[in-house]
Design a protein around this ligand. Structure first.
Ligand SMILES: Cc1cc2nc3c(=O)[nH]c(=O)nc-3n(C[C@H](O)[C@H](O)[C@H](O)COP(=O)(O)OP(=O)(O)OC[C@H]3O[C@@H](n4cnc5c(N)ncnc54)[C@H](O)[C@@H]3O)c2cc1C
Length: 804
């Protein structure tokens, strides 16, 4: 019958704005035989009823680059395709009700400014002149972002669709994909149904752009796409006096609301703090161009705030309360990239009500990833591999969605932890540490003590300035440097790679020397072909053909997939995730050795267990692998113990440690001490965009050893010189407080952002890490003579800097 081919290079499932953007960008990259299958009509899922706000400001450099690219694309698309997108550069006006909100906006905009976003802080009077419908007497201030705007979501999608077709892509409506064929862990084709007929398209790549259907659709092929739909609302009014076509998009995040002008009236919607998941399973068949029933009770908090902010709404006629489902994810960020479970299976979904603004950037990113085999830059915050199988739990997703929708406009306090669907993963010590008043944070679902509240003190309120927990963390730092502390690091991801070719695999994926004596620990980069950090690992050689690999708690899925995919078909090596099999207790401080010695018949002295070595020893009744190593600087051991013996070991250590002043300590102390010691963390200082030469870690690379991934890029970079250097900054002002993300200024010009910041008890001020970037290679003399400052909410705080 139809225009459906038997064979394609890429099949895209779903014709919302995301799928069509992927098709457009693949076609623009010159990919032939791109086929998009949409079960209904293009846009019929969520896209058709979006409000169409398009903003540029996002949390990271790469995310901002994505959203800025979208604006550029939408503004120029009509000239290319002949179909208008409805793009209007009306600017945005974001208002702050409280001084804290204004400070938060100043911090966000300082960072956005360093990424190239134009903005201006204005007073309430000027806000009123830009948006006369606003009540401004209770505002603390506002920010004006002239480059933001709005678009018509349906027109945008149709314009992208025409652009894709003009370049040869095939977009088919009324064709449902009923299954993805997976053979030996690789996507090989799709099964479709159209007009009562079934067929198959063989293909190399499948892209799941199924919007709210993406989770169930992915699960059918064993692919975890943790998103969940929530009911999402706005009202549309008839024309209102004073609402003109040039009204900017207005956001009042303290009232959870936004506005845009539409045919002389207002569209007003928002992000209520307690959302309403759309608890339906499965999504009813034939859900096309459909809405959900009005729910004025759920909308009440938004309406009340809007009546306060724009009194004109009190007499306006509301044409409709639109309620449409939109997908939200456990951390409020998109889900992009190649699924770790199935090769050639990509996902582009989970847009958390920002899919229109970000479809351009996301579509380009996914297309580049498909064509080039890897993403063009660090995309960790949106990477599908940041999730683990447990994230697919539907109860968890529904409960988290109650919270995640509201994150859009919530005061995002630094180091704020989400509260729903917790506690989820618990170390065997959880109850013991809770009884000792631990304040827990969550990493990949694992509860981890951030700090301990002495005497069960109440939780200090969140702040942008000096936090209430600081004295406790200073005390933990003192205990670590002067006596001994115990950190529960059970959440570390742990793998065993075993088999005749295990060494060969690790020698290919790791950049350091791996062929070491049994028992030795190797800290090594795991690089991509560009020489950037896919991860940094601690590898322990357990036996000639067996290695224990420890990596960051958050990287479990990502690193496992990376290593496993680099085991070649002919190689005999099996990778097993043993995260749940072992706990890790880190005993750090000058008295650590005496405490272990008091509990162990084994010799744990430096001579018997030197730095960088491990040995299996008895500690109390437990059998542990003791490693002499330290992330926080100073003496100490990491003790890896079977999970079921963890509590036994902990009790023994705490019992013997009492005489030595042993204390519990948490992750805030780990972080502050490692920053002070200049230790890098993956996800902060290390990412796919940073190389060991830039991070000052080339000593951890065996450049003389051929055959590891990234070596050629490093050799070339060494010859070229590096244009980016990791530095440590000590803020001159002891009162200034940085959290991370603040712009770094070199001789007054922005050169990077703070990647990590912590309060050093030793220096009695903030110490931060971050990169200085230059257009040309940065030489040590220029860095040494430059003046550095950190922009804290618009104030330039001078800093003493050193290259790491
Ligand atoms: C009330 C509301 C207001 C919003 N306002 C904004 C805004 O102002 N700015 C902004 O950026 N975003 C906004 N959004 C969010 C935005 O609408 C979404 O993020 C975006 O439309 C998601 O696009 P998508 O392509 O991922 O999903 P969808 O548009 O839902 O597309 C998925 C498509 O996949 C198809 N499909 C599913 N399964 C199959 C299958 N097996 N075979 C074939 N086809 C299949 C579906 O039919 C559907 O058409 C808003 C959302 C809502 C609900």
């Amino acid at each position: 019958m139809s225009e459906l081919p038997d064979r394609a290079r890429v099949v895209i499932v779903g014709g919302g704005v995301a799928g069509v953007s992927v098709a457009y960008h693949l076609a623009r990259r010159g990919v032939e035989r791109v086929v998009l299958l949409e079960q209904g009509k293009l846009t019929c899922g969520t896209t058709w009823h979006a409000a169409g706000l398009v903003g540029q400001t996002r949390a990271t450099r790469n995310a901002t680059r994505m959203s800025r690219y979208g604006i550029e694309l939408y503004a120029g698309l009509e000239a290319e395709t002949g179909l208008a997108t409805g793009w209007k550069r009306c600017g945005s006006l974001n208002v702050a009700r409280t001084p804290q909100r204004l400070t938060l906006m100043r911090r966000q905009m300082a960072r956005a400014g360093s990424f190239g976003v134009e903005f201006e802080f204005i007073d309430p009077d000027e806000a009123l002149s830009r948006a006369p419908i606003l009540r401004t007497d209770d505002l603390a201030g506002a920010v004006w972002i002239p480059g933001d705007g709005k678009v018509n979501p349906t027109d945008l999608t149709q314009s992208l669709a025409r652009g894709a077709r003009m370049r040869g892509a095939t977009l088919v409506e009324g064709a449902q994909v009923t299954a993805v064929d997976v053979d030996d862990g690789r996507a090989t084709g799709v099964q479709w149904r159209r007009d009562g007929r079934d067929g198959r398209i063989a293909c190399d790549v499948v892209v799941n752009c199924g919007g709210q259907w993406a989770r169930a659709f992915g699960a059918a092929s064993g692919v975890n796409v943790p998103l969940y739909a929530a009911e999402h609302f706005y009202i549309v009014t008839t024309p209102i006096a004073g609402v003109t076509a040039d009204l900017p998009v207005i956001r009042d995040p303290d009232g959870y609301i936004y506005y845009k002008e539409e045919v002389g009236g207002l569209v007003m919607g928002g992000f209520e703090p307690e959302a309403k998941p759309w608890n339906v399973s499965p999504i009813p068949p034939g859900f096309e161009f459909q809405l959900l029933p009005e729910d004025w009770d759920q909308f009440e908090i938004l309406m009340e705030n809007a009546l306060h902010r724009t009194p004109c709404l009190a007499t306006a006629e509301v044409k409709m309360l639109l309620n449409g489902p939109e997908s939200f994810t456990p951390d409020g960020n998109f889900i992009l990239g190649e699924a770790p479970e199935v090769r050639g299976y990509f996902v582009c979904a989970g847009f958390n009500s920002a899919g229109i603004a970000n479809a351009g950037g996301a579509g380009r990113l996914v297309a580049d990833w498909i064509v080039d085999g890897e993403p063009p830059h660090d995309v960790w915050d949106v990477d599908i591999r940041r999730f683990a199988p447990f994230h697919g739990n539907r109860r968890l997703l529904a409960d988290r969605t109650v919270e995640s929708l509201g994150l859009h406009y919530a005061m995002r306090w630094p180091r704020e932890e989400l509260v729903t669907a917790r506690p989820l993963r618990r170390s065997p010590l959880y109850d013991r540490l809770a009884a000792k008043h631990a304040s827990f944070g969550s990493k990949l679902g694992f509860e981890r003590a951030n700090y301990f509240r002495p005497g069960g003190a109440g939780e200090p309120p969140p702040t942008l300035g000096t936090p209430g927990w600081l004295p406790w963390v200073i005390a933990e730092q003192a205990a670590c440097r002067e006596r001994a502390v115990l950190f529960d690091q059970t959440s570390f991801a742990k793998f065993v790679l075993k088999g005749r070719d295990a060494l060969a695999v690790l020698e290919r994926v790791c950049a350091n020397v791996i062929d070491v004596a049994v028992g030795r620990i190797v800290y090594t980069p795991m690089l991509n072909a560009r020489g950037g950090y896919e991860s940094d690992l601690t590898v322990v050689r357990i036996a000639a053909h067996e290695f224990l690999v420890l990596t960051g708690s958050a990287q479990a899925t990502r690193d496992f997939a990376w290593i496993e995919r680099h085991i070649e078909a002919h190689e005999r090596a099996a990778l097993v995730d043993v995260t749940s099999a072992y706990s890790v207790l880190s005993l750090m401080g000058p008295r650590a050795e005496a405490i272990v010695a008091a509990l162990s018949p084994d010799d744990v002295s430096k001579a018997a267990l030197p730095f960088g070595m491990t040995r299996t020893i008895d500690v109390g009744h437990a059998r542990v692998r003791a490693a002499r190593m330290s992330y926080v600087g100073g003496p100490g051991y990491e003790l890896t113990v079977p999970t079921e013996q963890c509590a036994t070991l902990y009790d023994a250590l705490m019992g013997a440690g009492e005489a030595f002043g042993l204390a519990d300590a948490g992750y805030y102390t780990i972080d502050a001490l490692r920053i002070e010691a200049g230790r890098r963390a993956w996800g902060a200082e290390l990412s796919p965009d940073e190389t060991p030469l830039e991070a000052g870690l080339v000593a951890m690379v065996a450049l003389a050893r051929p055959g590891f991934i990234g070596r050629d890029a490093l050799v070339a970079q060494r010859e070229r010189g590096v244009g980016k250097r990791l530095m440590q900054f000590t803020l001159d002002d002891p009162e200034a407080w940085a959290w991370g993300g603040e712009p770094i200024l070199m001789d007054g010009a922005p050169v990077g952002e703070v990647t990590s910041a912590g309060y050093s008890r030793k220096l009695a001020r903030i110490v931060a890490l971050g990169y200085a970037r230059g257009a040309a290679p940065l030489d040590a003399a220029a860095l040494a003579s430059a003046r550095f400052a950190v922009d804290v909410a618009g104030t330039h705080v001078a800093a003493t800097a050193r290259v790491l």
